[in-house]
Design a protein around this ligand. Structure first.
Ligand code: FEO
Length: 397
C-alpha cells in the first residue's frame, strides 16, 4: 500500500523486517531495513528507484494496485546497486520502453548487472525534467557516495531531496518519518550506516555538502532509499553529516581485545583503569571482539581518538578475528586516529608487533611500542598495564 510523503508524492517501497545481514554478510542490520521507492503522480507519473531483487515480484504486483504501469512516464534510477534496482528487470518486462533517467555510470552498472539495453537517458548535475504542475526534477551527481553511479534527485516546489543512500539508515519501520520514530535508535542507525558505508568517502561527502549548500535549495524533506524520511530534523542530519565527514572524533578511547585464557582480558581492564585514572573525562569503552558485532565496533572506532587492540600470540600470529577486524578498519580508511596494541604470550610473542604493523598499514598512528606480557599478568604487570593506560591517555589530550 502506498503511503503519502507530500502532496502527490508517495512511498511505494518494501519494509524488510527480517534482514540481519547486508552486502552479503558484511554489514549487520539488527533492525532490518527498508528499500524506499517513490511514486510521483503529477501531470507526469514518475517512479524513483525500486527495491531489492528478492522482492521484485511483490513490488511490481503492489505497484500495479496503485498505478497503471503503462501510465509511468519516467523511471529515475538514482543508483544501480541491486537493493534499489533489483526490481527493474521484473518491471521492465511489463513496460520495456519506459525511459530510465540515470547517470552515465548507472548505465554501465545496470547493463553490467542485468545485461539489458533499456531506454536509457543519461543525466548530469543540473539537468532537469519537467513533470507538470510547474514542478521539475533536478539531478545532482553524487559519484562515490557511495558508487560511481550514485545521484540524488531534487523535486522543486515540494522541495524534496531524493538522496538515495545518503542520509539513509538500515531501520525497518512502519512509521515513515523521522519525527514519528524513536530518536535514539534512529540517530544510532544513521551513524552506524555512515560509519560502516560512507567513511571511506569523507572528502567527497565534504565537497558535495558544500556544493549543495551553495545551491541554496530549500529542502523540506530528505527522502533516502533506506529507513525513515527526514522532515523534521533536516538541519540536524545535515549538521551530523558535516561533522561525520570531517574525520569525526569524540573524546573517547576504545579497547578491543580477544583472549584465550583471560590474560589479555585482564590487561585490557587494567589499561582501561589507567586511561580513566589519567583522564576521568575520557569516554572509555572495552569490548571482547569475539563477543561483539564488528559493525557496532566500527561505530565505536569511528567515535574514538584512540583505539587499543589486544590479542594473545597464537601460532606466531594474532587471533584471526582481530586480524579480520583490522582489515575491516583498513577498508574504511580512517584518518587522524591513534592506536596501540597489547597482549599476552607464552613463548614467541609476535602478536603485538603484528598488530602494530597491521594498524599502521590501516592508516592509524601508532603511539607506543605496545605492552607485551609473558604468561599470565602478575600484580606488577597489572600495575604496568595501568601505567600503560596513563601513558596512552597523554597522547590524546
Ligand atoms: Fe548502495 Fe542501498 O545501495
Amino acid at each position: 500500500m502506498k503511503k503519502l510523503v507530500k502532496n502527490n508524492v508517495y512511498w511505494v517501497g518494501k519494509i524488510d523486517w527480517e534482514l540481519r545481514k547486508f552486502h552479503g554478510d558484511e554489514l549487520s542490520t539488527q533492525r532490518g531495513s527498508t528499500y524506499n521507492s517513490y511514486l510521483i503522480q503529477e501531470e507526469k507519473t514518475v517512479l524513483i528507484d525500486t527495491v531489492w531483487l528478492p522482492f521484485a515480484k511483490e513490488f511490481v504486483e503492489n505497484l500495479k494496485t496503485e498505478v497503471d504501469l503503462n501510465s509511468i512516464d519516467y523511471i529515475i534510477v538514482n543508483h544501480g546497486e541491486v537493493d534499489h534496482s533489483g526490481a527493474l528487470v521484473e518491471l521492465m518486462k511489463q513496460i520495456p520502453n519506459t525511459p530510465i533517467y540515470c547517470t552515465a555510470n548507472a548505465v554501465k552498472s545496470l547493463k553490467g548487472q542485468y545485461h539489458q539495453d533499456w531506454n536509457f537517458h543519461i543525466v548530469k548535475t543540473g539537468d532537469s525534467l519537467h513533470i507538470g504542475n510547474g514542478k521539475d526534477l533536478v539531478f545532482v551527481e553524487m559519484a562515490m557516495i557511495h558508487w560511481p553511479d550514485s545521484m540524488a534527485t531534487y523535486m522543486t516546489k515540494d522541495n524534496i531531496l531524493f538522496s538515495n543512500d545518503a542520509f539513509g539508515q538500515h531501520f525497518a519501520n512502519e512509521r515513515l518519518f523521522d519525527d514519528l520514530t524513536d530518536q535514539c535508535t534512529l540517530n544510532y542507525e544513521a551513524l552506524k550506516y555512515y560509519a560502516n558505508i560512507v567513511t571511506p568517502f569523507n572528502a567527497i561527502v565534504k565537497r558535495k555538502l558544500q556544493e549543495i549548500g551553495k545551491l541554496n535549495l530549500p529542502i523540506d524533506i530528505i527522502a533516502p532509499s533506506h529507513g525513515v524520511i527526514w522532515r523534521k530534523n533536516i538541519g540536524m542530519i545535515l549538521e551530523k553529516y558535516t561533522q561525520w565527514c570531517d574525520d569525526y572524533q569524540e573524546h573517547q578511547a576504545t579497547i578491543i581485545y580477544d583472549t584465550m585464557w583471560n590474560g589479555t582480558k585482564l590487561l585490557a581492564e587494567r589499561i582501561a583503569e589507567g586511561l580513566s585514572k589519567a583522564d576521568p573525562t575520557l569516554e572509555i569503552k572495552v569490548f571482547n571482539r569475539a563477543h561483539t558485532d564488528e559493525n557496532d565496533l566500527i561505530v565505536e572506532v569511528f567515535k574514538s581518538k584512540l583505539i587499543v587492540l589486544g590479542s594473545p600470540t597464537v601460532g606466531n600470529d594474532m587471533i584471526h578475528k582481530m586480524a579480520g577486524f583490522i582489515d575491516l578498519m583498513r577498508g574504511l580508511k580512517f584518518k587522524n586516529k591513534k592506536a596501540a596494541a597489547f597482549g599476552c604470550y607464552g613463548w614467541s610473542g609476535e602478536a603485538v608487533k603484528m598488530m602494530n604493523d597491521a594498524l599502521t598499514s590501516a592508516g592509524f598512528e601508532i603511539v607506543s611500542e605496545g605492552l607485551r606480557n609473558l604468561w599470565n599478568p602478575t600484580p606488577e604487570i597489572e600495575e604496568q598495564a595501568i601505567e600503560f593506560g596513563k601513558q596512552l591517555s597523554s597522547t590524546i589530550k
